[in-house]
Design a protein around this ligand. Structure first.
Ligand code: ATP
Ligand code: MG
Length: 390
């Protein structure tokens, strides 16, 4: 298996100090599959302070990122390497957090605590793959299967239910039968898991290659994390661009109370704004200029993609052309495009809230008649509002 030079270096420095050390988890899985590896995690028999000593002795920078769980992040050439001591998780009493973690000396025990066989493979150049649970075979068979009894593993940590779905979507793997049954059986335990953790897996699920099928087959699970959920257009999710907010909007399109759901999931303000606007304007028959005004250029193009995905009769190509024409010909569609501003209106005698409402009226005027976007003409129209006022 290919390991980058700096990952090899960390492993061999630890090994030279008589510790065991391996690449483990996602990087091994992705390398076997020929997928792009995002980051390299290293697991070792060295205790955190022993890892630190090895790094210090070799002038390698590090930060203590999760000392309680035995994790130290080394940084070489700006690239982080998470180094975690072999550990087992103690008893789980609340379906989410082990009461304690204990460091152990045996890679086998560390691999046994991991969630799925495909994530429980360790590797180093000297020993090759350590694959106690048939993970390499399961990668070949393209299946997700828990390490050990599925029922127990989901009861220990119910987030694993979402993780199974997320890997199934990301990797286009099926879920093995015992694992699948245990997912349905234990789904309610997801109620014990913090919203942020669920959301972070949900986002990865949504932007995965196989999101449409997973959402369809596991809609019962979606209904646990989103009780208001109404079946969505799976096919639209599958063909929409892989942007979380577009797919989230499709997921929630037929569901009431999207605002409340998004708040509960603790999405960022930016995501909240985008998703709620996409949902609102997917139902509106506003003019292209109004859409440009309310959404801005980028989100209008996202809306077009969303509409295309849900295959609505919305004439996506025509709207795209019209929007492009408006932008290229610099036709006014925002208040800031008007050749008149608040100061000009104040000079005419408008004050306070009147100013923005007059600017808005002028904007409506130039939406339909862009040739009227000239200062004199606008001043003229505005002064007519004054006379009406009087
Ligand atoms: P990605 O490429 O998306 O980061 P990953 O497999 O690295 O995928 P992480 O969430 O980064 O996933 O977790 C790293 C490893 O830690 C996993 O491969 C798995 O072995 C283990 N792991 C993570 N979360 C859990 C969990 N809830 N229960 C058991 N093992 C877990
Ligand atoms: Mg990872």
């Amino acid at each position: 298996m290919y390991l980058p030079r700096d990952a090899k270096r960390i492993i061999s420095l630890l090994t030279q100090s008589q510790y065991k050390a391996y690449a483990v988890g996602g990087c091994v899985r992705d390398a076997i599959m020929g997928r792009k590896v995002s980051d390299y995690d290293i697991t070792t028999s060295a205790l955190p302070n022993q890892v630190e000593k090895v790094l210090l002795d070799n002038d390698i920078k590090f930060v203590e990122t999760g000392l309680k769980h035995g994790t130290i992040t080394a940084i070489i050439n700006h690239q982080p390497y998470e180094i975690t001591t072999f550990r087992t998780d103690g008893k789980y009493s609340d379906n989410r957090h082990p009461e304690s973690v204990s460091f152990v000396n045996d890679i086998n025990e560390d691999l046994s605590r991991r969630d799925f066989t495909i994530n429980a493979i360790a590797y180093n150049d000297e020993e090759g793959f350590i694959d106690l649970f048939g993970g390499v075979e399961d990668i070949k068979k393209r299946i997700i299967k828990t390490v050990g009894k599925s029922d127990l593993r989901f009861q220990e940590d119910a987030l694993r239910i979402m993780r199974a779905l997320r890997f199934s979507s990301q990797l286009s793997f099926g879920i093995e039968e015992e694992t699948r049954l245990a997912i349905f059986k234990n789904k309610e335990l997801l109620n014990n898991i913090a919203a942020e953790r669920i959301y972070s897996e949900l986002v990865k699920l949504l932007i995965g290659d196989n999101a449409g099928s997973v959402i369809k087959e596991y809609s019962e699970i979606i209904s646990v994390i989103i009780p208001e959920y109404k079946e969505c257009d799976y096919n639209a999710i599958a063909v929409a661009p892989k942007k979380d907010y577009i797919r989230l909007a499709i997921l929630l399109l037929k569901t009431d109370n999207a605002d409340g759901i998004l708040k509960r999931l603790r999405v960022s303000n930016d995501t909240f704004d985008k998703v709620t606007k996409l949902i609102e304007y997917s139902r509106s028959d506003a003019s292209v200029k109004e859409l440009l005004n309310k959404l801005g250029v980028d989100l209008l193009f996202d809306l077009i993609e969303l509409k295309k995905a849900i295959n609505s009769s919305f004439e996506t190509e025509k709207i795209r052309e019209e929007a492009t024409r408006i932008i290229e010909s610099k036709e006014p569609y925002r208040i800031s495009d008007l050749k008149i501003n608040g100061n000009d209106l104040m000079a005419l005698g408008f004050e306070g809230k009147e100013i923005s409402s007059v600017l808005e009226k002028l904007l409506f005027e130039v939406w339909n008649n862009p040739e009227k976007n000239k200062k004199e003409i606008l001043l003229n129209i505005a002064s007519r509002f004054i006379s009406r006022k009087i």
